[in-house]
Design a protein around this ligand. Structure first.
Ligand SMILES: Nc1ncnc2c1ncn2[C@@H]1O[C@H](COP(=O)(O)OP(=O)(O)OP(=O)(O)O)[C@@H](O)[C@H]1O
Ligand SMILES: [Mg+2]
Length: 591
């Protein structure tokens, strides 16, 4: 896809078209702003035009004698004209900048919204396959490039093309011969743009990626700061960041070579041309082929042509960068959303069955995780999953939640295949209390409300009471309004768990997935958590990944999973009598 020149051109246009399609709804402001831009650009051409009259023609003066008063009057008149034009230009420019910013930022916000909405729809494996930091860093870097292009480069491009065209017309009017001398340099510059453009684009794509990578290092270090410090790995992280920065530096330098070579070449060509024009023009002046005024005007407009041409490389490289950025953003938008059935689940009874489920993670196709797992949980039943580490217990949860789909076999909710059910209607009846509770960066109230957005204050407090969380919450200085960090750092493990339980109680699910914390809580905290869990599990189908003997003892049924297979099932006493895997687990692992 990235080989053919024609393909590349389509990408470039496609990318711009894609961005402009977001501007479309704001065209009633955007188009007038573009027109205003053209007008102000055209007005700036008035400057060289009037300046030429200000400078005047010495030959004229020499022929007709110098009339000081007339010269002064003429100068006054010209300056007044110039000031008038300047005033009009500034006035238009003010509205133009405002309009551009408004339309551009509004369009960009729509684009950001669309991107985020799409990201939220993508399947969980998509996120597991990438480092989370690199995805968000890359998206924000790419959005930055699109923003820069839309708000700065496109207006610049429009302005320069008007100035370039207008100036070219003017210089032709003043002297077509001189124009030809000057224009001899244009193909050279255009060729240079064409040659270096591709290089610059590749380099800027690499640079973006390298920069995103260094951002990822920061993000990972900050996220895992406790581990970084606990292992005294600051030096390791610094070295990792250094390497990423070095790579970025190297890529940027290589890009700089292409750009510097290009720029110095353009400058050389530009000044060479101006020199050539001056030389040729002075000869034409001497032979009377051109008058002083025309020559002055010509040189002034030539400077405009030169300035416009000189800005070309920056514009081209920015447009190239945008094309790389939009390419990546559109790839992201093209990622297929999570598959979902169309049947609304309705109110579930809570019956849940695995029927010959075979599963492997897409990222590790060589290692099957579940080998034909079958079991049924009755409505309201309390089922404990036990098994050694890596047996596939968490994988069972991720299949129930529809994060992953079985390769073969079926998941059945009330006898209906999960693949046919609408994901949202299914998930809304399942709640999870994870092993490591992560709270969002908001108040405790908001964190509980997350279980059922829109729940009232009383409902939230009732859920917190049931979860044994109310007392510790009101004891906090700001009560329910206490802001907990993104990882709930201000709360203890047991407190965080009770907040998560309150969240699940509020959600009022039919099916409860509970990944018991492995970390030991003190007895008081454990009593509070267990009491809360009892209340939460009452009347719901509960699957508990158990790490504590007390939990498995109370379970209606225990499923022993090993290497992705169900090896034993029954209650505690039955399984202990069997002298099998379960008994071994109880004796060695469950405390
Ligand atoms: N996202 C993933 N991508 C690839 N392989 C995975 C992924 N998650 C888990 N696995 C692999 O699948 C197997 C089962 O993992 P799972 O997390 O289900 O084990 P578990 O029984 O929950 O173990 P533990 O008790 O340690 O939590 C393991 O071999 C693990 O390496
Ligand atoms: Mg697990």
């Amino acid at each position: 896809m990235r080989n053919g020149g024609a393909e590349k051109k389509r990408d470039l246009k496609g990318g711009l078209g894609w961005v402009l399609s977001y501007v479309q709804p704001y065209r009633h402001v955007f188009i007038p702003s573009v027109i205003a831009l053209f007008v102000t650009a055209a007005l700036s051409l008035a400057f060289p035009y009037f300046l030429k009259d200000l400078v005047g023609d010495p030959a004229d003066a020499w022929k007709h004698g110098v009339d000081a008063v007339a010269t002064r009057d003429r100068a006054d008149r010209i300056i007044l004209w110039l000031l008038g034009i300047l005033a009009v230009q500034s006035f238009i420019a003010f509205w133009r900048v405002k309009g551009f910013t408004w339309a551009g930022e509004a369009a960009l916000n729509d684009l950001r919204r669309d991107l985020f909405a799409h990201l939220l729809k993508l399947p969980v494996p998509f996120f597991q396959e990438q480092r989370s930091g690199s995805l968000s860093n890359r998206v924000s870097a790419d959005l930055g490039v699109v923003r820069e292009t839309l708000l700065t480069t496109l207006p610049q491009m429009a302005r320069h093309s008007v100035i370039l065209l207008g100036s070219l017309v003017m210089i032709f009017v003043f002297s077509w011969k001189l124009s030809l001398v000057m224009l001899a340099s244009v193909p050279v510059v255009v060729l240079a743009v064409a040659i270096s453009g591709r290089k610059v684009r590749q380099h800027s794509r690499d640079a973006q990626e390298a920069l995103a990578e260094s951002g990822t290092v920061i993000e990972e270090s900050v996220q895992g700061i406790a581990d970084v410090k606990a292992f005294s790995n600051e030096a390791f992280e610094k070295a990792r960041y250094d390497r990423a920065l070095d790579r970025f530096f190297g890529v940027t330098l290589r890009g700089a070579n292409a750009r510097a070579a290009f720029l110095s070449f353009v400058i050389f060509a530009m000044f060479g041309t101006i020199g050539g024009v001056a030389w040729f023009g002075s000869h034409m002046l001497a032979s009377g082929e051109i008058d002083q005024k025309s020559f002055t005007a010509f040189v002034l407009f030539s400077v405009f042509v030169g300035a416009s041409l000189g800005s070309l490389p920056e514009i081209v490289s920015q447009v190239q960068a945008m094309s790389g950025a939009t390419e990546r953003l559109r790839e992201l938008m093209a990622e297929a959303p999570e598959p979902s059935g169309s049947m609304v689940a309705g109110k579930l009874s809570g019956e849940l069955a695995f029927d010959g489920v075979v599963f492997r993670y897409p990222s590790r196709p060589e290692a099957p995780v579940l080998h034909g797992l079958s079991f049924t949980a009755q409505p309201g039943e309390r089922v404990a999953l036990v098994g050694p580490s890596g047996a596939g217990k968490s994988t069972v949860f991720s299949l129930i939640l529809g994060f992953n789909r079985p390769e073969s076999g079926h998941l059945l909710f009330d006898g209906r295949d999960a693949a046919d059910l609408e994901l949202a209607s299914l998930r809304s009846q399942i709640a999870v209390v994870p092993q490591e509770v992560m709270l969002f960066g908001g108040s405790i109230r908001e964190n509980i409300e997350y279980g059922r957005p829109g729940a009232g204050v009383e409902e939230i407090e009732a859920a917190a009471r049931q979860a044994n969380a109310h007392d510790f919450i009101v004891a906090l200085p700001e009560g329910y309004d206490t802001v907990v960090g993104p990882r709930g750092v201000k709360l203890s493990g047991g407190q965080r768990q009770r907040v998560a339980i309150a969240r699940a109680i509020l959600a009022d699910p039919r099916i409860l997935l509970l990944d018991e914390a492995t970390s030991a809580l003190d007895t008081e905290s454990e009593r509070l958590v267990n009491e809360a869990l009892e209340r939460l599990m009452a009347g719901r189908t509960s699957l508990v990944i158990a790490h504590r003997l007390s939990t498995v003892r109370d379970a209606d049924r225990i499923l022993v999973i090993n290497h992705g297979r169900l090896v034993e099932s029954g209650n505690h006493d039955e399984l202990m009598a069997r002298q099998g895997t379960y008994r071994l687990l109880v004796e060695t692992q469950l405390a």
